[in-house]
Design a protein around this ligand. Sequence first.
Ligand SMILES: Cc1cc2nc3c(=O)[nH]c(=O)nc-3n(C[C@H](O)[C@H](O)[C@H](O)COP(=O)(O)O)c2cc1C
Length: 168
Amino acid sequence: MSGLVIYNSKYGSTKEYAVELAKKMKWEALSYKNVNAGKFNETKEIVLASSVRMGKMKITGWAKNKADLLKDKCKAVIAVGGTESGKQDYYVEIVEKNLPFLNLKKDQIYGLGGRQIISEMKGFDAFVFKMLDKMMKDDDERKKEILQEVDHMDMKLLDPIVTYLKNS
Ligand SMILES: Cc1cc2nc3c(=O)[nH]c(=O)nc-3n(C[C@H](O)[C@H](O)[C@H](O)COP(=O)(O)O)c2cc1C
C-alpha cells in the first residue's frame, strides 16, 4: 500500500469521502487516531481529509504535530463542510489559514460539501446551533446559510482529486 488517506470526521461525511477516495486510488483510509510512526514510514503519498468547524479544520492540531513527517508526503488536502462545493475560495482560505506549515499550492486543495443534519447533532454542537438560532435574526441571510440542514455529498467530486493524484 503506497498511499494513505488520513481523515478526521465526527458525523461521517469526511470518512465517507476518505474511504471512497482510497478505494478509487487503491490506497488505504485511516482515522488520524490510528496512524502511527510505522504507517508513516511505509507510506509514500498522503491525502489529509478533515471536517471544518467554525472555520477551523479538525485535523489541524494533529497535523501540526506531524508537520515534519507530512511535509514531503502530503499531496493534497480535502476540507469537508456544510458549505457547498462551488465555494472553493472559501475552502482554500480555510485550508491555507489552518495548515500554512504544509506550504500547499492551490491545486492541492479541495473543498467538498458534506452533510449537516442539525437534528442529529449532540452535546456542544447541538448547543452551538441552538444558540446561533436564538442569537441571529430570522431575516438574516447568514442565518439561513449557516443553520440549514444540507446534504451536499457527491462522490463525483472526488474525480478531479483522483486525476490530480494520478498525474502528480
Ligand atoms: C459546531 C459546528 C460548526 C461547524 N462549522 C462549519 C463551518 O465553519 N463551515 C462549514 O462549511 N461547515 C461547518 N459545519 C458543518 C460541518 O463541517 C459539516 O456538517 C461536515 O459535513 C461535518 O463533517 P463530518 O460529517 O465528517 O463530521 C459545522 C458543524 C458543526 C457541528
